[in-house]
Design a protein around this ligand. Structure first.
Ligand code: NAD
Ligand code: UD1
Length: 334
């Protein structure tokens, strides 16, 4: 089975490429390298022994996309490509709508024209909007209280995929709603290495540990949580990648939606402690004001994926911290 990974040199795409190759899938990647590096392909090769065929191209370039689909017969597409910096999306909404939605429409057009019917889309828990403190199931409402254009694009793309299936009933769509991906491959050869300035917790923790950012700002300790700091459902990126493999093996007609999370919530202070324990050194932090738009506690009910995909997370936050530190050490040696 041959699968095209859009955004496949990115953080989640690269880990998914590894898991797919390990299970015998043929993987090809298209990425414009806006937020990833070509050296990721070497990392994938070091782990799996296979260097995926790579197209350095933009999904907004319809001619190039047509060329790629003309010269290949893909059984499925995993659509990771997109811009994901929430803060930036508030300042550059048109860029986010144009890139995230435009790439998806171009891809669906190319798939239809060339007879590729299966697509797995990287959605996000952000589609659940401002529902705070409840274990989110796929049946919870979506689209209400989304506070930024990035989140809106995820919600809109879900809708586009659903509408497209109504018009093209032979399409098979799986929407995966990721909670908070963290960690790296245990080998240390691939991990999260964004080109942009990070605003998610884990990349910030990494940059504080290397001294690139002097101190971690903890955004508020007056939430209604046991230690007052925000709680999230942190899922190891390798578990998340395995979720894609299970999803591709279970695809069928229509639209399937799954939460990919652990079902557990961890606070910012617990994340700091876990990193310190794994690395054996302290992480400087200060308590600052809340970040606008943040909620106290967001976590998944992953039961549907567990039952239908026969998928369950196996790795812990401690594993993610160990693997992140391993990855940082590998980066240092390069
Ligand atoms: P990432 O930035 O590491 O990877 C995305 C890749 O897409 C990058 O390599 C980038 O260069 C590429 N890309 C962007 N626009 C493109 C275009 N027009 N043409 C070709 N390539 C393009 O991000 P990630 O963390 O791996 O996330 C993958 C997907 O999962 C994204 O859609 C993201 O929104 C979604 N997601 C991520 C998280 C998270 O916390 N990382 C959470 C929920 C959902
Ligand atoms: C953020 C986005 C969300 C997006 C998700 C994945 C906002 C308001 N939400 O979610 O739309 O889907 O990323 O890209 O931006 N924290 C700190 N200090 C930091 C960074 C984070 O204390 O420097 C805290 C946050 O307040 C939060 C937790 O760490 O409690 C996790 O933050 P983050 O990694 O940004 O993820 P989300 O808030 O879940």
């Amino acid at each position: 089975m041959k699968i095209l990974l859009t955004g496949g040199t990115g953080y989640i795409g690269s880990h998914t490429a590894v898991e797919l190759i390990k299970r015998g899938y043929e993987v090809e990647i298209i990425d414009n390298l806006f937020n990833s590096k070509i050296t990721v392909l070497d990392g994938i090769e070091k782990i799996t022994g296979v260097k995926p065929k790579f197209y350095h191209a933009d999904l907004l370039d319809t001619e190039k996309l047509d060329e790629i689909f003309t010269s290949n017969n893909y059984d499925a597409v995993m659509h990771f490509a997109g811009l994901k910096a929430v803060g930036e999306s508030v300042g550059k909404p048109l860029l986010y709508y144009y890139n995230n939605i435009g790439t998806t429409i171009n891809l669906l057009e190319a798939m239809k024209k060339h007879g590729t019917k299966r697509i797995i889309f990287s959605s996000s828990a952000t589609v659940y909007g401002d529902q705070d403190g409840v274990k989110l199931t796929e049946k919870n409402q979506t689209g209400i209280g989304i506070t930024n254009p990035y989140g809106q694009t995820k919600y809109m793309i879900e809708q586009i995929l659903k509408d497209n299936v109504v018009a093209n009933p032979d399409f098979e769509v799986t929407i995966l709603r990721y909670f908070n991906p963290v960690g790296a491959h245990a080998s240390g050869f691939i991990g999260e290495d964004p080109n942009d300035i990070p605003n998610n917790l884990m990349p910030v923790i990494m940059k504080v540990s290397t001294g690139e950012i002097p101190i971690l700002s903890v955004y508020g300790n007056d939430y209604n949580t046991p230690d007052g700091t925000g709680m999230r459902d942190y899922i190891h990126v390798v578990d998340l990648a395995r979720g894609h493999v299970m999803a591709i093996e279970k695809m069928g007609p229509g639209v399937q939606i799954y939460n990919l999370g652990t079902g557990e919530a961890t606070s910012v202070m617990e994340m700091i402690k876990a990193f310190e324990e794994a690395g054996g050194k302290t992480l400087p932090y200060k308590i600052t004001a809340r970040r606008p738009g943040d909620l106290a506690k967001i976590f998944a009910d992953p039961t549907k994926a567990e039952v239908e995909l026969k998928w369950k997370t196996e790795l812990t936050v401690a594993d993610a911290m160990r693997d992140t530190i391993n990855y940082l050490n590998c980066l240092k040696k390069r």
